[in-house]
Design a protein around this ligand. Sequence first.
Ligand code: FES
Length: 103
Amino acid sequence: MAKLTFVTESGEEITENDATGNLMEIARQNDVDGIIGACGGVCSCATCHVRVKPEWMERVGRPGEDEQDLLELEDRADERSRLSCQIEMTEELDGLVVEVTPL
Ligand code: FES
């Protein structure tokens, strides 16, 4: 079982204790405020933006090329930014914490 925590802009923490699969879908299933996923996860809307906690950056990995191109268009994106629809939650990411930051 892999634990995943979303921290919303208002500071609310939403934890899923058995998280597997697409991070954006997990957020939507848990009604996480600030994650919309308008494009359905095809990396074309950026409404699923999160910031990865610094200690998790290496394990989660960097954005792919298409994801990076989309993030570069957004003023609020930074070096910790990822699009949650491009992250697969696995056992290796057990304990992951991401901050929800609508762009
Ligand atoms: Fe559209 Fe992630 S859901 S980019």
